[in-house]
Design a protein around this ligand. Structure first.
Ligand code: GCV
Length: 670
């Protein structure tokens, strides 16, 4: 109660304290301040955190230094207590409050580190244990890993926040240290430095040295380095005549490579592999299975405790239903993977769409370790321009999985990072929330989006309720709004051909793989709209167990994902949703414009530009899709629908000048 009162009283002051120019670089430490602030730039850059103990002490001192500003008299001091008796496992911690002395106890230093970050998070949320009480917390998942899609030349595939912080220019140790600290603060404990479309050169001496240097900076923060490797490396890089996983020389080559890696990175995490997918080499090139390929690498890493994360993102050109394929290919291999292989599966069977059902593999394979892959970078949800709080999407994933079996948990989880060398790290202030949310949800998959939104907003901007309440609402509504104005009622993959930012449901040039064109997915014709994945069609629905099968088959959210539904049913729903999405996006912009008093001018302007653009893009999506589908439905727009802002003919001529490696220009609209 006292904490709550203090917070409320402090709110007015804080509102003013937080209003100073801010370039967004301090992430969710903006309010609770960094232990290192106050150092001169050169001292700050020269700072080395060389042990976990130092990292812990620095954080404790940081809280103590800044606490009086924010916490009144709630805490007298903070103690850390490293003791095996804490019984908190490898990474858990206990926070107890004894007469205003906060004690963080853990069996390991890593637990203490996570505990310290939890103290500032809890205090700002007014949730530190009351005197005489304690809180116990530990992660539900062992490997919580970021996947960077960074190329060796410094570009980032589907990166919307500048260039790589690892490759393409000399490493900035300060940036890597800040990155490590940010990750540790939300419990992320691993990172894959390079793109899954991996160059064999990642295993060169120079790049191994680079990885070792990064690992040294990350280690005090409990973060391991992993690498994406190219399956053909023994041949493409190692000079062998083949990369066949059953060839003894190839097996030996991987073993030697692993040994070399562990010599310089003793806690190296392991390999991530994209094989036989979108042109990448794999065991299939030699008539071998995914299990044979993965197990060969697993054998090389096993003596050192490393793991292989083997991706299940596979789909052949011209397959009758792309959604069926990973299941068809991997189910027969269930039980054949070694113990240190984890099959990494995208949350949905298609590809990180604004909404899609869960991948049926998660519920099919019973004897294989699996890990979900989420996409933090917003390839399909508005890049770093649109606010789309992905915790809602990931919550939906777990809720659907738990509908079948509430006890399902995963040993690992991956998130495709949205981080680059932009000053805001993520290309915008609001995109940072998805990095934060990934960490929090990886730690605790049961956490609710509302809690994450509230925590993040408090730590990032202000604890003033006049800001928190409306902005929490914006975050919580944002993902559904994006679905509504981009791809409602089960539409999927109707993006533009040369990028995944805007709409092009018509895109289908001759010679392009049919499953890379929207008509393959929406199948609009005179009768109706949607992909028949029921027994009358591809029967993809049969890959789902009950009760999910019945739920998906009957939910309007997935109407045209599973059914080719008649226009009489689809058209009113479709128009209603597009209109709803536009209204919501406009409301987000209006809300942000009324937040001017609570954030600094720089942050306000940066984000205002983006919310305004999001609202305009919502119109672009709505006008393109409704007018395009109307050519098939031949039905009038509902009476209440506003007139279009854009004409279909103009939109069909418009091309955004971007590709896989560049972000949408914020100032260009059709
Ligand atoms: C790294 C999608 C993206 C590709 C990405 C691929 C993958 O197809 O558009 O850029 O490649 O997924 O996840 O491997």
């Amino acid at each position: 109660m006292k904490t709550f009162r203090t917070l409320i009283l402090a709110a007015a002051t804080l509102c003013c304290l937080s209003v100073s120019a801010d370039d967004g670089h301090d992430l969710w430490f903006r309010l609770m301040q960094s232990p290192y602030w106050g150092l001169s730039q050169s001292d700050y850059n020269a700072l080395k955190v060389t042990s976990m103990r130092q990292a812990i002490d620095d954080e404790v001192n940081g809280i103590l230094k800044h606490m009086p500003e924010y916490m009144g008299k709630d805490i007298a001091t903070i103690r850390t207590n490293l003791s095996k008796d804490a019984n908190t496992g490898e990474e858990g911690f206990i926070i107890s409050n004894d007469k205003r002395t906060i004690t963080i106890s853990a069996s390991t230093e890593k637990g203490l580190l996570y505990g310290v970050f939890a103290v500032s998070r809890l205090e700002l949320a007014g949730k530190l244990p009351k005197p005489g009480k304690s809180i116990v917390d530990k992660p539900m998942c062992q490997y919580r890993i970021l996947n960077h899609w960074d190329n060796l030349n410094g570009t980032i595939e589907r990166g919307f926040a500048g260039r790589s912080i690892f490759f393409g220019k000399p490493i900035d140790d300060t940036i890597i240290r800040e990155y490590a600290r940010a990750n540790a603060s939300v419990g992320i404990n691993g990172t894959v430095l390079n793109n899954v479309n991996s160059s064999p050169q990642i295993l060169s001496d120079e790049n191994i040295k680079l990885a070792a240097h990064v690992a040294d900076i990350l280690r005090p923060y409990g973060i391991k380095v992993y690498l994406s490797v190219n399956f053909a490396s023994p041949k493409a890089f190692g000079g062998l005549p083949t990369a066949d996983p059953l060839d003894p020389a190839v097996r030996q080559w991987w073993k030697a490579k692993a040994k070399e890696l562990y010599k310089v990175i003793p806690d190296f995490g392991g390999f991530l592999v994209k094989a036989n997918s979108e042109g990448q080499p794999g065991p299939g090139d030699f008539g071998r299975t995914h299990a044979e390929g993965a197990n060969m690498m697993a054998e090389a890493l096993e003596p050192f405790g490393g793991i292989v994360m083997w991706r299940a993102f596979v789909y052949a050109p011209d397959s009758p239903d792309r959604a069926n394929q990973a299941y068809d290919e991997f189910m027969p291999l269930d039980g054949q993977f070694h113990d240190n292989v984890i099959v990494q599966i995208k949350n949905g069977p298609i590809d990180f769409q604004p909404r899609e059902p869960v991948s049926p593999l998660f519920l099919g394979m019973k004897n294989t370790k699996m890990m979900p892959e989420f996409q933090i970078t917003q390839e399909y949800t508005g890049e770093s321009i649109h606010t789309c709080f992905l915790a809602s999407m990931w919550r939906e994933f777990y809720d659907d999985i738990h509908m079948v079996d509430p006890s399902i948990q995963y040993p690992a989880i991956a998130g495709v990072a949205n981080i680059g060398d932009s000053r805001t790290w993520c290309g915008s202030d609001m995109s940072q929330v998805n990095w934060y949310a990934f960490g929090r949800m990886a730690w605790n998959p049961d956490i609710q989006p509302a809690q994450i939104a509230d925590e993040w907003l408090r730590q990032t901007f202000t604890i003033n309720p006049k800001f928190l309440k409306p902005m929490t609402k914006v975050l919580l509504q944002s993902r559904e709004a994006v679905v509504s104005y981009m791809m409602p009622i089960g539409l999927h993959h109707i993006f533009a051909g040369n990028h995944h930012y805007g709409p092009e449901p018509w895109y289908a040039p001759r010679g392009v793989r049919s499953d890379w064109t929207p008509p393959y997915y929406h199948k609009a014709d005179a009768e109706g709209l949607g992909f028949d994945r029921m027994a009358t069609g591809s029967n993809n629905i049969a890959q789902y167990p009950e009760p999910l099968r019945t739920y998906y088959a009957n939910s309007d959210k997935y109407l045209v994902y599973f059914h080719h539904a008649p226009w009489s049913r689809v058209w009113p729903l479709l128009c209603k949703k597009y209109d709803e999405g536009v209204r919501q996006a406009e409301q987000f912009a209006t809300t942000w414009h009324s937040m001017k008093a609570y954030v600094d001018a720089e942050t306000f302007d940066r984000q205002a530009l983006r919310f305004d653009r999001q609202a305009k893009d919502a119109w672009w999506w709505r006008d393109a899709c409704t007018q395009y589908f109307q050519q098939f439905s031949k039905m009038p727009m509902p009476k209440k629908s506003p007139a279009p802002r854009y004409q279909l003919a103009d939109l069909m001529k418009y091309r955004l000048p971007i590709d896989n490696y560049t972000a949408a220009p914020i100032d260009q609209l059709p």
